[in-house]
Write a protein of this length. Structure first.
Length: 94
């Protein structure tokens, strides 16, 4: 896992694996890369988080997802990661 900070440590990129990354503005996940697609939430927070989102997606606001849809996709990613961890642990036990 690698962690990168920018914007005075207010924006954090966490590379969970070689193909999965999440971006955290302050303490909130606002974007992720699932290995195939960059998924970015619409800005419902404020000016600084808006700047963070612009730095993540180059200002392509048209591709940003509504908050509820973003959270659904984020929950799917979290379940995928949990399943991968579970299967890895199970494989180590055998």
């Amino acid at each position: 896992m690698k962690i990168y900070k920018s914007f005075n440590d207010k924006l954090t990129k966490i590379e969970i694996t070689n193909t999965i990354s999440v971006w955290v503005s302050y303490e909130t996940i606002v974007a992720f890369y699932d290995g195939n697609h960059l998924v970015v939430c619409e800005n419902i927070w404020g000016t600084t988080t808006g700047k963070h989102l612009n730095s993540i997606d180059g200002g392509r606001k048209i591709n940003r997802l509504p908050y509820k849809e973003f959270n659904k996709k984020l929950n799917l990613l979290e379940r995928t990661i949990e399943l991968a961890i579970y299967n890895t642990r199970r494989g180590l036990e055998n």
